[in-house]
Design a protein around this ligand. Structure first.
Ligand SMILES: Nc1ncnc2c1ncn2[C@@H]1O[C@H](COP(=O)(O)OP(=O)(O)OP(=O)(O)O)[C@@H](O)[C@H]1O
Ligand SMILES: [Mg+2]
Length: 415
């Protein structure tokens, strides 16, 4: 762990439909050193939204506790993910006059004023702004400016992508964290967090579509010219494949889930013609058999439909392939399904790859977090580090190794 005591700690919880995944990292010179992870099954979230406060807060508490024990730290506040079908992205435009500042350079205040103008988009009272992401600044007639600070002009404009979420859904995330005994540092859209962990800067520049297929949602994020252009949450995910298998194989959910993970493939030709799989019957000791190729036929139908949903969402928005010529990056637990990237490649006719947290960004425990299910949690840490600019005010100081040390530190803060 090195000279850990001068590092800062960031704790992230990905509150997913199937699990709560925690990553605790120590941040030093922009390096993410993962020092603790926690994983807890979650039954309190449906299709990305918290539907049971008690169950979800208990899963958060246990997941965080495991990560804290592994990291030998106690954290107070966390960065959390949010998803769900109410998430919406709207284009906003803001403007501020600079005439008062004759030949004076554009400052952070001017920038903030323009951004604030961009957030005044019409939205219903049950929605709130989650993220405001500037896509370009315009100073007088010069556009495509990434950062206008220091430039001079008469008028500063900004184009921004505004992401809104349901007030209730966001409140529920804060509530489950508070009930688990922590405070909320920040709430970040799941697809933005996953993008942070798995996309390369070059991909974001030429255009790329992130597809995070979890258990209950498929989250899309499209980047081009290094800016977020589109997000969408489709309220279906890998759990649908499992429930299909329950019906088609007449087995329990646990067995279906296990069969899917162990033998699931998207293309029948990837299995030997004679390969058979044991299927324990529902409610008896009988075991039947299904060919692995037949299993693939069942799975393929649902995966084909999922990819079709993605295609339809892009079409509705008028997004053509030219906007994501860097291809599709699929992550989330369902990205582990053998053949899924091939299906995306074939149906969408673009380059496709499976995305896992990028190694160069991480030191420590990479073996654990290098799975597609960890993309969101790792990305939450990365996103927070970038946004806060490693501002000491936002980050928690590491609190020593023992409970006694933690208490001593707490006491010393008050005397
Ligand atoms: N090896 C595998 N093959 C196929 N599917 C898998 C595999 N491993 C995990 N999955 C599926 O991935 C899904 C869980 O993914 P993930 O952990 O990303 O979801 P989540 O974040 O909890 O949910 P969501 O993001 O939808 O709210 C489950 O449907 C699970 O069955
Ligand atoms: Mg997820």
């Amino acid at each position: 762990m090195g000279s850990a005591n001068d590092g800062h700690i960031v704790a992230a919880v990905d509150i997913g439909t199937t699990k709560v995944c925690t990553v605790i990292a120590e941040i030093k010179e922009n390096e993410i050193n993962v020092i603790g992870t926690g994983w807890e099954e979650n039954k309190g979230v449906s299709k990305g939204n918290v539907v049971n406060i008690a169950d979800t807060s208990e899963a958060i508490r246990k997941s965080l506790q495991k990560a804290e024990q592994m990291a030998s730290v106690k954290v107070n506040s966390v960065v959390a993910s949010v998803s769900g079908k109410n998430i919406a992205g709207i284009k906003g435009h803001g403007m501020t006059s600079l005439s008062h500042s004759k030949q004076k350079e554009i400052t952070e205040i001017d920038k903030d004023r323009a951004i604030e103008g961009a957030t005044s988009v019409p939205m219903s009272h049950d929605m709130e702004v989650l993220h405001v992401i500037p896509t370009q600044y315009i100073v007088d007639s010069q556009d495509e400016i990434k950062n206008p600070i220091g430039m001079t002009g008469l008028k500063l404009e900004v184009d921004a992508y505004i992401i809104t979420g349901s007030v209730t859904a966001i409140d529920n995330v804060k509530k489950v964290i508070s009930k688990a005994g922590y405070s909320t540092e920040d709430i970040v859209l799941q697809s933005i967090a996953s993008s942070e962990a798995v996309l390369y800067p070059d991909e974001k520049d030429i255009g790329v579509l992130l597809v995070d297929i979890g258990g209950g949602t498929t989250d899309l994020a499209l980047y081009q010219k290094d800016a977020l252009k589109f997000v969408k949450v489709i309220p279906v995910g890998g759990n649908l494949i499992t429930s299909d298998l329950v019906t088609l194989l007449q087995t329990t959910k646990t067995n279906a889930e296990e069969i899917k993970k162990k033998y699931g493939i998207v293309f029948p030709e990837d299995a030997a013609e004679d390969e058979m799989i044991d299927v324990p019957d529902m409610g008896s000791n009988k075991v039947t058999q299904v060919s692995r190729r037949q299993l693939a036929v069942y799975i393929q139908a649902r995966v084909r439909e999922l990819v079709e949903f993605v295609r339809i969402e892009l079409e509705k928005e008028g997004i053509d392939k030219g906007m994501y010529s860097g291809g599709v990056v699929v992550t989330g637990g369902t990205a582990q399904l053998n053949g899924i990237e091939k299906m995306l490649r074939e149906q969408m006719n673009v380059r496709a790859r499976v995305g896992v947290p990028i190694k160069e960004k991480i030191v420590g425990l990479y073996d654990i977090v290098s799975q597609p299910e960890y993309s969101t949690a790792v990305g939450l840490v990365g996103y927070f580090v970038n946004e806060s600019g490693l501002n000491n005010h936002f980050l928690q100081k590491k609190s020593g190794d023992s409970i006694w040390q933690i208490i001593k530190n707490l006491i010393s803060e008050y005397i």
